[in-house]
Design a protein around this ligand. Structure first.
Ligand SMILES: [Zn+2]
Length: 117
């Protein structure tokens, strides 16, 4: 499953981050999932619960935020959010657009738990 290796990658990043910041655990993470990334947010959350046990993120809450694709229009120059099944320019309706966002899977926010003593 694709999502499992993505989660493993996220856990690896969290492990490095925690080490860097002297943290003992990860409380919460937010991941941005692009609408065209091919990743199902629900599957990603399921996969995360499967592999988080025994890692620095064992008790972490995973929040996913699905982001719409963005295009710039080669005709009117507008930059807009659009729909995954319709990448035409929402401003002028032209189909000659360039996709600038939508494929990404980004670790947007991480809350670490530090050792307080
Ligand atoms: Zn346009």
């Amino acid at each position: 499953m694709h999502e499992l290796s993505l989660c493993q990658n996220i856990i690896d990043q969290l492990t490095d981050l925690a080490k860097l910041h002297d943290a003992v655990a990860v409380a919460r993470i937010e991941v941005r999932v692009g609408a065209l990334s091919g990743v199902e947010a629900q599957l990603l959350r399921n996969a995360f619960t499967l592999i988080q046990a025994g890692t620095i993120a064992e008790t972490a809450e995973l929040i996913t935020e699905e982001t719409a694709p963005r295009v710039t229009c080669r005709t009117c120059g507008a930059e807009s959010e659009t729909l995954p099944n319709n990448l035409s320019c929402p401003v002028c309706g032209n189909l000659d657009t360039k996709l600038i966002d939508g494929y990404e899977l980004i670790l947007a926010r991480v809350e670490l738990v530090r050792n307080e003593d």
